[in-house]
Ligand binder design. Structure first.
Ligand SMILES: C[S@@+](CC[C@H](N)C(=O)[O-])C[C@H]1O[C@@H](n2cnc3c(N)ncnc32)[C@H](O)[C@@H]1O
Length: 246
């Protein structure tokens, strides 16, 4: 697993709050759930629990799921009353049915191979009630991959426990596994005079999708798209899909 969600989970949590608007993200999903009259929701890739907190504060019948114990430890601290479960979206099962599964913040990008996407969607289908909804977002390959510049250094900073950290990232196309790229990152502590000390490097392969690919993969797994919207996020053009079990 990428260090960002394991050893460096505390940094993910500190850093992503600086550029993800979790209130806006919550409003988007809450509106879709309301529109589709959803009473219970399973969030896959719930991470450190920012949406979990908002869902449980508003009394949703909510469960969060993530593959990372370190991300879940932070989520449990943030939201002690929520139910959480550690599982892999490609193979999970649940002890009850949900009206909707949401997979947020482009977490589906970590499922690179077609057979794993199909397995994820099929496992989602098994935990949904009749007429249940799968709602998730994905990075639009058509707008993201052509503009990828492997020379571009992307910097993000965060403060955790009064220590400033810097992350330097590069996205390098790696089409060997499909519409994928390698995300190389290096993490440093940064002193007030700008001195950097390396603490970790990380490498993850991620996947973007064409809308037609998603449509086909959903169809092959027993879903049909009923709503689709394009949203520009902090770094990616993202497509949010609502699919229903058929
Ligand atoms: C981009 S983060 C999003 C976290 C959170 N939703 C947020 O908005 O901050 C992706 C999350 O997906 C989780 N993840 C990656 N692969 C997974 C898998 N196969 N099954 C379940 N969770 C996974 C990671 O551990 C991480 O917490």
């Amino acid at each position: 697993m990428t260090k960002l969600y394991s050893d460096l989970a505390y940094l993910y949590d500190a850093m992503y709050q600086t550029f993800i608007d979790y209130d806006k993200e919550f409003d988007l999903y809450a509106d879709l759930l309301k529109q589709h009259r959803v009473a219970s929701v399973l969030e896959i890739g719930c991470g450190s629990g920012h949406l979990a907190k908002r869902f449980t504060d508003r009394q949703y019948d909510y469960r969060g799921m993530d593959i990372s114990t370190q991300m879940l430890a932070i989520a449990r601290q943030r939201c002690p009353t929520a139910q959480f479960e550690c599982a892999d979206m490609r193979t999970f099962t649940t002890d009850r049915l949900f009206d909707a599964v949401i997979i947020t913040a482009r977490s589906i990008s970590y499922v690179v191979h077609n057979q794993d996407i199909l397995s994820t969607f099929r496992h989602v289908g098994q935990c949904l009630s009749n007429n249940g909804k799968l709602i998730f977002d994905f990075i639009d390959a058509g707008s993201f991959l052509p503009d990828m510049d492997p020379e571009l250094l992307i910097e993000h900073r965060a403060v955790h426990d009064r220590q400033q950290y810097l992350r330097q990232s590069r996205y390098v196309p790696n089409l060997a596994t499909g519409l994928t790229w390698d995300w190389h990152s290096a993490f440093f502590t940064e002193s007030p005079d700008g001195q950097l000390e390396s603490i970790a490097t990380d490498l993850a392969t991620l996947r973007a999708f064409l809308p037609a690919e998603i449509r086909l993969l959903l169809q092959l797994s027993g879903f049909q798209i009923i709503d689709e919207q394009v949203i520009d996020t902090y770094a990616f053009r993202t497509v949010v899909v609502v699919a229903t079990k058929v």
